[in-house]
Design a protein around this ligand. Sequence first.
Ligand code: FAD
Ligand code: 2HG
Ligand code: ZN
Length: 464
Amino acid sequence: METAIDAKAMITTHDDIAPYMVEQRGRFIGQTSLVVLPKTTQEVSDVVKLCAEYNIGIVPQGGHTGLVSGGIPFPGDNAIVLSTSRLNKIRAIDPANNTMIVEAGCILQTIQEHAAKHDRLFPLSLGAEGSCQIGGNIATNAGGINVIRYGNTRQLILGLEVVTPTGEIWDGLRALQKDNTGYDLKQLYIGSEGTLGIITAAVLQLFPKPKEQQTAILALRDLDTSLPLLNLAQAMLGDALTSFELLPWIGIDFAQKHGQGVIDPIEGQYDWYILMEASVAINHSNLKDHFDNYLETAFEKGWIKDGVLAQNKTQSDCFWLLRENITLCQKAEGGSIKHDISVPVSSVPAFIKMANEAVQKLIPGIRPHPFGHLGDGNIHYNLSQPINMNKQDYLDRWEEVNRVVHDIVHSFNGSISAEHGIGRVKRDENQHYKSPIEIQLMKSIKTTLDPKGIMNPGKLIPVS
Ligand code: FAD
Ligand code: 2HG
Ligand code: ZN
């Protein structure tokens, strides 16, 4: 079969392929002899048809920021990498309908900025937004810091264009608020991590751009007060509440030690903090009054010990820089065994306490570093190695630690992957916790849509 793909869009030398093979965490190195970078949906289709003909696996890769090793082929997978980096046009924006059509390779931040130029908001926001791509966000159903108000990526997509595992192009780029014409196929692709097809474009739901924002960082009396504080925020700020993030002292400490330009706005040291934001899309609102009343009530009740309300955009950016560095600075403290869990919001403090006790019993000196999206019940229960332990000895215990933590998550009826997906890293762990019927249903969808098993082989579902 002839393909029209541009020869410059193929990378075949070991050194040039290398950057595509190292995943975010540096735990695994991928293996392939070819990376293709198609520029159009038609080129994606041509590549997929060729791979289908010769039974070659395809690993889609976007911004390469995923945290579960879903975007690299593992040795023995017999797969190429299809990078969407050149498939990066903003096809259209329609402010009147609050929609935008973008190609998979558009960087999330570029999309946010383009929407803002048209006085609109695309609310998906995460630490990796400067490099992750919308195709990757959709494929992983990314969460981030605004889920409490706007939902996960799943809630922000109206339509998709997908290249199927046989190379056909499905144009599902409908920009409709209502469409009950059968199975909602786009939802199947959202969160499918490249195992069912390649997302090439999407219709995004936009929102009015916030006109006023209030951001505060609060020191908690203790972990338990985080919940009444959240409930109070929901009661007093309603759906103006956009973020409610939990930060532990250890994270702030790491961020100050290792981050650049990070400032802790609160003097003194407390065990737990909340970084919260509220926003409204109308001018001359009384959001500030509501926020002040909220803080006053929380102080009166003794739930917060200290707090700083950002006085301007520079200061709120500073608070968010601290939050971003809590993610980035774990690496500087040696090995970090990570978990991306969710439990019902009201169970978060109990989960953290129970898990801390269990892991400390397992590895004395282990440093729990739980942080994240408390408002969604999603905690990054990351565990930094004991100070004097050998890093590899610590990382060798990854599975053992996972099992202890995930058993506790399971006992709360929680999820072992709240927002990062399953990829390769959590594949077997997922099999362990999901019911046989759920696994069977997932397998039958996979074999129906991808009978040759060429799409992202070995990810999410084991090759049978
Ligand atoms: P990649 O890493 O390239 O790929 C991810 C998966 O999607 C792979 O399985 C890949 O095969 C598949 N894929 C990629 N593109 C396509 C496509 N076009 N079609 C089909 N499949 C495709 N995640 C969150 O959810 N919330 C956070 O708050 C968050 N914060 C982060 C902060 C940092 C500093 C970092 C490094 C990561 C963070 N992440 C977060 C994880 C990551 O950014 C997200 O999972 C993101 O959605 C991945 O997008 P990507 O373009 O980098 O995808
Ligand atoms: C975040 O919320 C990301 O910052 C990354 O989801 C979490 O480092 C992590 O485990
Ligand atoms: Zn997160």
